[in-house]
Design a binder for this molecule. Structure first.
Ligand code: ADP
Ligand code: MG
Length: 682
């Protein structure tokens, strides 16, 4: 049976099953083979009730005291009972499965598989699966795969289909070319897939997953390497690096550049000189000064009579960029314009952009519309690049290719540090510059964990102190205003409370549900020191710069991830004066996460710490599932990533030398094409 054969060719797949599977995205035999068990029931590892701990358990025991109650909510039943083995007894509960009350023989032993957890005030086994012990033992399948239900198609169903395919596994062709690892041994793939579905112990599962993760990483990284090669084939405008010109600009900056900024700018200017498009990521912690690096590179392109576009994720941010870049570049006769949703006389502006009368256009998604055309766009800068989808970037790039026949140079900026170990897997086709140094004179933000109980004694005097120096305060809350939400989490309620404590102070609210104009007005007032305390949701998170705001209070700090807290904190301490951040957590023992923040202000350190604390799944979750679409590998597999990187790089070089060798791996080629579409930028 061919891997690409439709799933209907699998024995047991009738039209109805086919439809259900298709809805779940499983269309071919290959899709089914790669639909791996979510977990495995292990009837060999039985938990004695005297040793039971919360989590997934398999218990062998007898059940009694079964009864069903109906709750006040209509049609809602709770069936309860007691499970006993020869060591102890526990409570078991099923919801809305009243038949359970009569489906057991109290004299017989069963295997119960499920979660033992704390629920409704006590520990219990919740909605376990139950099977007669004699049945399980007869079948001798002590290790059994459990598949996730898909479109109503159950685990048992998958089990049967895979069982029907059992004889086919031996014929699964290899996928990988020589990689110098055990993963490319003949039969390695068939072996892995077989073990994944018919594992007899956990070692086999690990082996199988390892192979599949490698295969996946290899494809992903190879795709990005091939992208890189493709990119090198494109042409773009050469932008000469005129050292005297750049020196002149740098001399006129209000501050000396940090060494990291110098190096990054140099790398970018060197890239821009090449006839192939730059594809570079500028990573730098909040406040590390990415904007001025962008300004220097834009300046160089504009001097070469090219147009530059800077794309920002929010109107506030675009506006701020426009202001600061205009200030830096206007003395050199450079025309900078802002294009956001609320821009007046858009048509006129667009005409001027099209005629090449504007050198630098800064904007939000408004830049991406079809009727925004450039005369000679050669360089695109994207701030907070993770906020943009691939398709949006693509649009801007296609636009350029269409009008000039050349691909634009691309500089992406991000304040989210990606640990080195993950870089290649995540951004394999990008060159990276890092700002690992803060501007001189910048003091680390002093961070303190505080309880709400202590506001009166510890926080309010602080606020008075900062206000007394005519400095400003951020108050970050989780929600806007919902019924039943406490002061701690509601922007509006917190603002009311603060107004009572500080009756003569101008306090404003900011949140995402406001209209863009309204938000801008409030942010502008705050930036101009007209309001003193800004009570806001995390909409201030992204890049907004108010150097006079030096105190930040984050309510319910436990409710945010480390990276997000770090980003938020980066809103203060942007000037020369000292700055502080209070993390409000009411538990007696604050989490490791908050303690790490208290300890460090280094974004790269915190990213590594976060990676260790939570694992990459959660941090890069959306990236992983959205952009990278990893099914088997996790970004935690650093060793595997390293092995896959080396192999993929070597392979990319080989394929570049002898393209026909790539044709020997049609399945790989096909798979790569899909990845390339995901990650390609040009
Ligand atoms: P981010 O990297 O977060 O985008 P910004 O570019 O907004 O940081 O810079 C943060 C602040 O630091 C700005 O007020 C900017 O003018 C200032 N700044 C940037 N570079 C330097 C420097 N080398 N010395 C002093 N201040 C700097
Ligand atoms: Mg920024």
């Amino acid at each position: 049976m061919k891997l690409e054969a439709p799933i209907s060719e699998v024995r047991g797949v009738g039209p109805k099953t086919e439809a259900a599977l298709e809805k779940a995205g499983l269309k071919t035999v290959k899709d089914l083979l790669y639909y791996l068990p979510r977990t495995y029931d292990n009837f060999e590892e039985i938990t004695k009730l005297s040793n039971i701990k919360p989590g997934k358990v398999v218990i062998k025991g007898k059940i009694s005291d079964l009864h069903t109650t109906r709750t006040r909510r209509r049609n809602f039943t709770v069936t309860e009972g007691v499970i006993r083995d020869n060591t102890d007894a526990i409570r078991v509960v099923w919801f809305n499965q009243p038949y359970r009350a009569t489906s057991f023989d109290e004299k017989k032993e069963y295997y119960f598989t499920g979660n033992y957890d704390f629920n409704r005030g006590r520990y219990q086994l919740t909605s376990p699966k139950a099977e007669l012990a004699s049945d399980v033992e007869k079948s001798r399948a002590t290790f059994r795969p459990v598949y996730s239900v898909r479109s109503g198609f159950k685990s048992e169903g998958f089990h049967k289909l895979i069982e029907n395919l059992r004889p086919e596994f031996a014929f699964i062709p290899d996928l990988l070319p020589e990689t110098g690892t055990a993963f490319s041994k003949p039969g390695a793939r068939a072996d892995a897939l077989f073990k994944a579905h018919f594992a007899e112990n956990s070692a086999e599962i690990k082996e199988a997953r390892n192979y599949l993760a490698f295969e996946e990483l290899f494809e992903l990284i190879l795709a990005s390497q091939l992208n890189k090669q493709e990119n090198q084939k494109l042409r773009s405008a050469k932008i000469p690096f005129v050292a005297d010109d750049i020196k002149n600009l740098v001399k006129n900056l209000p501050f000396p550049l940090t060494n990291a900024q110098r190096l990054a700018a140099f790398q970018i200017l060197k890239d821009l000189e090449k006839p192939t498009p730059m594809n570079r990521l500028l990573q730098g912690d909040v406040g590390s000064g990415k904007t001025v690096v962008a300004a220097i590179s834009a300046f160089s392109a504009i001097r070469a009579k090219k147009q530059v576009a800077l794309l920002a994720p929010t109107a506030i941010l675009a506006t701020q960029h426009a202001e600061s870049l205009r200030e830096l570049l206007q003395p050199f006769g450079i025309k900078t314009e802002l294009l956001i949703g609320s821009t007046k006389q858009k048509t006129d502006l667009k005409t001027r952009i099209k005629n090449g009368e504007v050198d630098l256009v800064i904007g939000t998604h408004a830049l991406l519309t079809d009727d925004t055309e450039f005369r000679d766009l050669a360089f695109v800068i994207i701030d907070e690049q993770h906020r943009f989808g691939v398709s949006q970037r693509q649009k801007l790039l296609e636009k350029t290719v269409k009008t000039t026949g050349l691909a634009p140079h691309l500089l992406m900026m991000t304040a989210t540090p990606i640990p080195r170990s993950l870089q290649l897997a995540v951004f394999g086709d990008l060159d990276v510059s890092i700002l690992n140094e803060m501007p001189r004179g910048r003091q680390p933000v002093k961070t303190t964990i505080i309880k709400e109980l202590n506001f009166k004694d510890e926080l309010y005097p602080k606020i008075r102190e900062y206000l007394g120096r005519n400095e400003q305060v951020y108050f970050i809350c989780k929600k806007i205003d919902e019924k039943g939400v406490s002061e701690a989490v509601s922007v509006k309620k917190q603002a009311e409370k603060l107004k009572k404590v500080f009756p003569n102070v101008k306090i404003a609210c900011l949140h995402g549900k406001m209209k863009p104009d309204e938000k801008d007005a409030i942010m502008t007032d705050f930036a101009n020191n007209k309001t003193k305390i800004l009570v806001s949701t995390t909409v201030v998170e992204v890049g907004v710069n108010v150097p006079n705001a030096n105190l930040m209070v984050i309510m319910n700090a436990e409710g945010y991830g480390l990276a997000q807290l770090h980003q938020l904190r980066g809103r203060v301490g942007r000037g020369k004066s000292k700055a502080e951040c209070f993390l409000v957590a009411n538990a007696d023992e604050p989490s490791r996460r908050l303690k790490e923040l208290e300890k460090s202000t280094d974004g790269f350190y915190l990213a590594e710490a976060d990676l260790k604390l939570r694992g990459p799944g959660e941090i890069y979750g959306s990236l992983q599932h959205g952009a990278l679409n990893l099914q088997f590998a996790t970004l935690m597999d650093t060793k595997l990533i390293a092995a896959a990187s080396t192999a993929a790089k070597n392979c990319a070089i080989k394929f570049a030398k002898n393209p026909e060798t790539f044709d020997l791996f049609p399945e790989l080629k096909q798979g790569i094409k899909q990845y390339q579409q995901l990650t390609t930028l040009n």
